[in-house]
Ligand binder design. Structure first.
Ligand code: PMP
Length: 398
């Protein structure tokens, strides 16, 4: 036995009083909690995780191998490689008709996750309120709290296509409101915002003199129509912090590469936080992203077409089973109404997992207004989706 190994029966020090009370009080993510149960179970058909089931396109992987061989392993500028920021600036202009200065308005981050974090920490003063449209990605509320702010959770509903009722939203605005957080195409609801929705939102934000953190990470996975960037609307650039990344569009979750686009003052503030905590996003991933922007349009559209086939299968399947599901306009999630079963979201998912080994996520993981819903990710093969639907048919019949 190593002389450094502690005796197993040594009493442990109680460290809870040493922890940050905000962190201590924070519940674990509803998705993680659920997937603790899945780990360790054999043969589970998981429609749970929110990540592409494709490997990163071959050309990106090949380029990264060459970059390793070439020893591209040092730090980059805090903002990220200029070549990547320039490439991104061109790509954003071409794709979404938005112009961002690569020198002062773009920051390369460790996934969209870091983008959301630095955006909030750059603008929130203690006690500032940030309105979070729900259902939403699990990190939003906790990220606001960790930034010292107060999340104001604002529900949206299936009957409204998960769009915010602006009259109600107005009531949520107080003198302490600093910003609104939105995500479209939406995780978990799958809806997106059209130009008209965005125009109304833009007017609202201007009228109330707010900022808006716009998480558009699923923009490239928009079906049947073209994504409209909020900051492309006239006069909106000074109101928007755009957060996005390569995780979903280019199947690059593990590369941890995202970006923010924002006015120079806000970008400079975000860079301060980023330089003291992160230094720079992973260098090899930045080189890989340059390749992704140059040579991957076909790979991205190929994945999008595949997701669309899966979407059609799962949405029809759920609706046939009597679980009302709106057709997702983007992302890769179907958000199905299970309230007719009389079960809570949590019970529905627990029993489905225990009795039929199919994993989906309770809607409540995305906010209280997700009660009565489940989220199923269709970033899974057509065969597995069909199998899951067959098992759910048996489950619902019994
Ligand atoms: N925003 C949304 C809406 C997401 O669904 C996710 C990932 N599930 C993220 C941000 C985080 O993305 P990244 O991997 O780039 O950090």
């Amino acid at each position: 036995m190593s002389i450094f190994a502690a005796p197993t029966d040594a009493p442990r020090r109680d460290l809870s009083s040493k922890l940050n009370s905000k962190v201590l009080a924070m519940p674990p993510s509803g998705i993680r909690r659920f997937f603790e149960l899945v780990i360790g179970m054999d043969d589970v058909i998981s429609l749970g995780v929110g990540e592409p089931d494709f490997a990163t396109p071959r050309c990106i992987r090949d380029k990264a191998i060459k970059d390793i061989e070439a020893g591209r392993t040092t730090y980059t500028s805090n903002y990220g490689l200029m070549e990547l920021r320039e490439g991104l600036s061109d790509w954003l202009q071409r794709t979404y008709d938005i112009s961002y200065d690569p020198a002062s308005e773009i920051l390369i981050t460790v996934g969209a996750s870091e983008g959301l974090d630095v955006a909030l920490r750059a603008i929130v003063n203690p006690g500032d309120e940030v309105i979070v449209l729900q259902p939403c990605y699990v990190s939003y509320g906790p990220a606001v709290e960790l930034a010292g702010g107060v999340p104001v959770l604002f529900p949206t509903f299936q009957k409204d296509g998960f769009r915010a009722n602006l009259e109600e939203l107005q009531k949520a605005v107080t003198p302490r409101t600093k910003a609104i957080m939105v995500n479209y195409p939406n995780n978990p609801a799958g809806n997106t915002f059209d130009r008209e929705d965005l125009e109304q939102l833009a007017e609202f934000v201007k009228k109330n003199d707010l900022l808006i953190i716009s998480d558009e990470i699923y923009a490239e996975l928009t079906y049947d129509k073209k994504h409209v960037a909020l900051s492309s609307l006239p006069g909106m650039k000074d109101y928007v912090i755009l957060v996005s990344g390569f995780s979903k569009s280019h199947a690059m979750t593990g590369w941890r590469l995202g970006y923010t686009c924002a006015p120079p003052e806000i970008t400079a503030a975000m860079v301060k936080i980023h330089q003291y905590t992160i230094l720079c996003a992973p260098t090899l991933s930045q080189y890989a992203a340059i390749e992704a922007l140059k040579h991957c349009d076909d790979a991205v559209s190929g994945m999008r077409e595949e997701y669309q086939k899966r979407r059609d299968l799962i949405v029809q399947g759920f609706n046939n089973l009597g679980l009302k599901t709106l057709v997702p306009e983007g992302a890769f999630y179907a958000f199905a109404d299970i309230s007719g079963t009389g079960m809570s979201s949590e019970d529905f998912c627990m029993r489905l997992l225990a009795e039929h080994k199919v994993a989906v996520v309770p809607g409540t993981a995305f906010g209280a207004c997700g009660e009565g819903f489940i989220r199923a990710s269709y970033a899974s093969s057509l065969e597995r989706i069909e199998l899951a639907l067959d098992k759910m048919e048996i489950y619902l019949a019994t």
